[in-house]
Ligand binder design. Sequence first.
Ligand SMILES: Cc1cc2nc3c(=O)[nH]c(=O)nc-3n(C[C@H](O)[C@H](O)[C@H](O)COP(=O)(O)OP(=O)(O)OC[C@H]3O[C@@H](n4cnc5c(N)ncnc54)[C@H](O)[C@@H]3O)c2cc1C
Length: 388
Amino acid sequence: MDFNLTQEQRMIYEYGDRISKQFDHNYWRGYAEKNERPTELYKQITDDGFLGIMVPEAYGGAGQGMTEMLLFMEGLSNNGIPLLNLVVGPTMTMGLLAKHASEDMKRRFLPGGCTGEIKFCFAITEPNAGSNSIEITSIAKSDGKGGFKLNGQKVFITDANCADYAMVVTRTTARADVKKKTDGFTIFMVDMKKKGISKTLIPIAFPVPETQWQVFFDDVALTEADVLGEVGKGFNILFDTLNPERIILSGLCTGVGRFALKKAVAYANDRKVFNNTPIGAYQGVQHPLAMARSEIEMASLMALKAAWAFDQGLPAGEFANMAKYAAAEAGIHAVDSAIQCFGGNGFTKEYGMYDLYGLVRLLRTAPLNREMVLNHIAEHVMGLPRSY
Ligand SMILES: Cc1cc2nc3c(=O)[nH]c(=O)nc-3n(C[C@H](O)[C@H](O)[C@H](O)COP(=O)(O)OP(=O)(O)OC[C@H]3O[C@@H](n4cnc5c(N)ncnc54)[C@H](O)[C@@H]3O)c2cc1C
């Protein structure tokens, strides 16, 4: 067993340290407060070749895997510049395309994805089905001429406004008409400029550059060429994007947690309120920070294990769910204990601690809420009865 990163992996992990000298947390926060895409930061990341980490070199990418994508996200987040768009585009969409798309589809999307000319969003959540994706009702029915008409709606679709294409998980056969509940799902690459697509903004209560949208599909015309994988068999490949989502978001949480703790330690070493002693000398301040740091490092290890399993083609669900659970809780504890350490300053814009809380707290609920993650572990890992 070797816990060392290769030289290349270390370079990817430390990229966030380098780029944050130019685009730091305050830069990120400026865009987060405006809910705007930090375009210069994305341009730099693109020019430095990081959008296509999971894309083979033949299609313009770096030919790396989930492990490197995780290290990249963790490195950025360590420096307080977490980017949700890297989750839905380069990881979920481009990663799945690289793994399962036809040659034509790869050529159509991946080179443009790597240069940032084509941007993606990922759409599975629906208002009525919620966490129970089996019950989604959006449907692409055959138009009788070899094509499909897509109807339905999706919610909380990150960056649907700036995406050129949405990777849409929908049914092609209604739930009532399939024998096995996981049959009848199809994944389409949908051109967001198509007739019949509309969207409305869902304002989000914490600062984040990415915006969330409700997207409506009204008789949107699709063709066989827009299908990723096989018609009706989308569920079979779905976890090759949902597990990476859980893994990379683990890296976002552990990174943001480390960033908050680093700031808290600097503050605690400096701030003196009793007997000319830094508040960091009190165990009441130290222990929550030390516990949070330990939780962050444990979660980070589990995320690496999940990424490693995914890259080896081994079942990654167990580790991805555990990593996502642990990282969300660790991130929340880290930011919360950092806020406490900053006292009143923890709530000011100047010190920029409280504005991180919403993001790490999100990860307890999305992409899969803590309860469903624990349901999965209880049922599939531990053999307890299904409770719902
Ligand atoms: C900022 C943001 C960005 C997002 N981005 C995307 C995106 O890009 N694409 C996309 O498709 N989706 C996206 N989502 C949607 C997200 O994945 C869902 O909100 C999430 O999966 C929870 O679904 P829900 O909101 O319908 O909650 P519900 O399914 O209604 O669940 C509500 C709560 O009930 C509890 N619960 C539900 N079922 C069970 C159970 N069986 N056992 C125990 N407790 C249970 C949980 O506590 C859960 O939090 C995003 C959401 C947010 C907020």
